[in-house]
Design a protein around this ligand. Structure first.
Ligand code: NAD
Length: 356
């Protein structure tokens, strides 16, 4: 398996260095024969190549089996004409990574504010309120006069159907429950269609229980009793917001890993951003990217029917549980270690296979 690694901005290089060591250790223990290629995106690429991402990088990623994308300082990238392209959007759009799967679970031994839970947000990734990916060229956010902006949201049957199917497929492997989250009381046509299509797809999965919630009330439900939920399927922006909340409720935003998956490509990526407030201090939590790396290996194993990759993905998950229980994480996750030290103890555990 060839994986391209792009460390990103802010805390990206610190936490990606840990994720790479974990991938190497998984490769060693499970004989995965991983080939890891290093490149740059974001500010580093803007400085060197005049653009945050380049066509040559895209070709390299297309030729690989997976991508690990570090957090990017997307707020800094304002003008695509100056090469300031949001790398996250770029890969999601160019590789058609339509399903953003963001699991969130509590870990034994860690304090949790809202009780134990284990859920996954399945977020549509290629349209919706994210105006930078709705039209073929340019952005669907327009400055009409100096004082008037119009931002267009696109919702299509194709994107609703495929994200619904991803959610129900995932639910089949979990607790067989899908909750549809929407704002169909106001966005009656677009979100109305989203709910209708999710319910149509649900008929193909009679073994999966389905319900739906309006997004504002959902915020209260998730804080009140997250254990009610298994798979939550929703449109782009609602999923982005909700998954920061579920990651934080699981113990820390720094535990939020995710996979962006399409038909032919996948990208592991943290839920959070580049965290400039803590960059360069060896305190960032590397688990977001460790868990994302595990998801990427699991995706590859499932797609290519390679059991060793599934075993490696499971071992990464179990090692995370054991290491956090032993308080071998960073301070935000109840431990006392720095980023690099938390990474070292994770790698040691993974190699020793002493997960429980
Ligand atoms: P953020 O997600 O970077 O940080 C929010 C808070 O969580 C901060 O207090 C930060 O210190 C903390 N945090 C985040 N990751 C952590 C980790 N691994 N360990 C410990 N604490 C962690 O959000 P922000 O500060 O609003 O955004 C910073 C930049 O990131 C902006 O440019 C924004 O546009 C960008 N961003 C990028 C992505 C992405 O690349 N996918 C996602 C969200 C935000």
């Amino acid at each position: 398996m060839k994986i391209v690694v792009l460390p990103g901005d802010g805390i990206g290089p610190e936490i990606m260095a840990v994720a790479v060591r974990v991938l190497e250790a998984a490769s060693e223990r499970f004989q995965l024969d991983l080939e890891i290629g290093h490149d740059i995106a974001g500010h580093a690429s803007l400085q060197r190549h005049g653009a945050t991402v380049t066509p040559a990088l895209l070709e390299k990623v297309k030729a690989a089996d997976g991508l690990m994308l570090g957090p990017m300082a997307t707020y800094d990238f304002k003008d695509e004409a100056k090469g300031e392209i949001n790398p996250s959007k770029f890969f999601r759009k160019e590789l058609d990574l339509y399903a953003n799967i963001r699991p969130a679970r509590t870990f034994p031994g860690m304090a949790h504010r809202v009780g134990e839970f284990n859920l996954a947000v399945v977020r549509e990734n290629t349209e919706g309120f994210y105006a930078d990916r709705n039209i073929e060229s340019g952005s669907s956010e327009m400055l009409i006069t100096p004082d008037t902006v119009i931002s267009l949201r696109r919702i299509t049957r194709l994107c609703c159907e495929r994200i619904a199917r991803s959610a129900f497929d995932l639910a089949r492997t979990r607790a067989r429950h899908v909750s549809i989250v929407h704002k169909a009381n106001v966005l009656k046509i677009g979100d109305g269609m989203f709910v209708d299509i999710c319910r149509q797809v649900a008929r193909e999965f009679p073994q999966v229980r389905v319900d739906d919630f309006i997004v504002d009330a959902m915020m209260a439900h998730v804080v009140r009793a997250p254990q009610r939920f298994d798979v939550i399927v929703t449109t782009n922006m609602f999923g982005d917001i909700l998954s920061d909340l579920t990651a934080e409720l699981s113990g820390s935003l720094g535990l939020g890993g995710s996979l962006n998956a399409g038909k032919d490509h996948a990208m592991g990526q943290a839920v959070h951003g580049s965290a400039p407030d803590i960059a360069g201090r060896n305190i960032a939590n590397p688990y977001s990217l460790i868990l994302s790396a595990g998801q990427l290996l699991g995706w590859h194993g499932q797609r290519k029917n390679l059991p060793a990759f599934a075993l490696a993905a499971r071992a990464i998950d179990e090692t995370a549980t054991a290491a956090l229980q032993a308080r071998e994480g960073t301070r935000d996750a109840g431990g006392e270690l720095g980023t690099a030290e938390a990474g070292q103890s994770f790698v040691r555990r993974l190699l020793e296979g002493r997960c429980r």
